[in-house]
Write a protein that binds this ligand. Sequence first.
Ligand code: SAM
Length: 467
Amino acid sequence: MSGMKQWEAVDAGWGRLAADFATLSEPSNVREYVGLHHALGVAVGDRLLDLACGAGLALELASLRGAQVAGIDASPRLVAVARDRNPDGDVRVGDMNELPWDSASFDVVTSFRGIWATTPNAMAEALRVLKPGGRFGMTVWGHIKASPGAWSLSPFTLAAEPQVRNQADMNQMGRPGVGERLLADAGFADIERLDIPFVWEFADPEQFARALASTGPAYEAIEQVGAEEFHRRCVELAAGHVRDGLPLRAKINVAGFTARRPVEVPESYEGDFTGSFLGWYPPSEYAEQSRQADLDEDGFVWTVTKLWARMPGAFDDLFALQRSAAKFGGLSLRQRGVLTTAMAATLGDSACAYAWGGKYAKWADDPDVPASALRGDDDALPPDEKALAGWARKVVRDPNATTSADVDDLRRAGFTDDQIFAATLFLVLRLAFSSFNDALGLRLDQAVVDKLPAAVRDAVTWGRAPI
Ligand SMILES: C[S@@+](CC[C@H](N)C(=O)[O-])C[C@H]1O[C@@H](n2cnc3c(N)ncnc32)[C@H](O)[C@@H]1O
């Protein structure tokens, strides 16, 4: 054993009867596994890591809920069972105090009586490998002496005195406030304590003795009194708890904790005003790409980017449909411009009015064109754009008040039914985008407004002020 690290010595105790542990002891823990998975909302798509995963039954149950699982345990012989049970999982032999996964790799990290008051580094590692906002859950022994099934754990005290003391030190986490403090010190947020159901059941005293002997702490007792004596004492003890026609039952107090890795605001986001009623957008690959694209193109991050970065892909999906509608109807850029500016002016959405007024001015090569649509007089518009502007105002004001005569006006202006369909779809998608932004208090960046022609700027006399 000399030169061996602490975790490398674990297999001698935990791995020696791996098949017994997996089939006689671990199945009784299912209530605990289901209870914590339920509290954490483990579900399809979660990437979940279990620390000190033992023979991997908890991992198997997590995959049944749809999670993609990974686990680590110090005992190669228990890991062999865990791999057998989770052939698609990423189960590794190693030390939970030095995890071999990259930072921010998991949505959920769990540990079932695997992290102890004596192993706080495992918590720091759990925090590191969780994604920001990721969920953490662990269980620890509660007040064992006060448990109805305390008798079932008492054979562990046959170990030598220092080992019994070490077992007591390990179990401090369940005491009031201790687990909470260690989690807070490790950097977790939203820490909550919960009751976890835990009941050991055995067919008879012989099975109890065999199940208990397969655990790590039993090894310490067996080293002290020998396997036979340990077995005899367990059988004798359990005989006093036999109930006619029922299994031996030992209910033990177990405490659970749930917590989250806090969502940090990276330093580079500091001073980055959100420009809406919502707070910081959560850091993500998508948010970072959008932010970088704005910085590369415009030298600042648009408020609209900050608002929509919250739900990766939503902005792109909405705009993809707008583009399809415009393409289907063969709508020119100017026609899209007039639909959007007339919509924004009718709704009172200054952000969209400024942004699209500027684009429309470029496409028309004349700022008076968008300015007249924004004012609502339409003096500078050609007949087709005038018809679209009128249609946009009617739809935005009251879509139930439109008539077939309004649609005939569009036909007379040269639009086919396909184009009317496309123009209306494009318009209402723009309306959805504007309504969403306005409802959440979006304010356009002053830097955008500063670059606009005066005619466009002066025509917008309503809506939220730029920031
Ligand atoms: C009480 S058992 C819990 C096992 C499993 N979570 C369960 O519910 O049955 C403790 C486990 O911790 C593992 N273990 C002990 N020290 C470890 C370490 N430093 N790194 C990883 N696993 C360790 C043991 O091999 C054992 O499987």
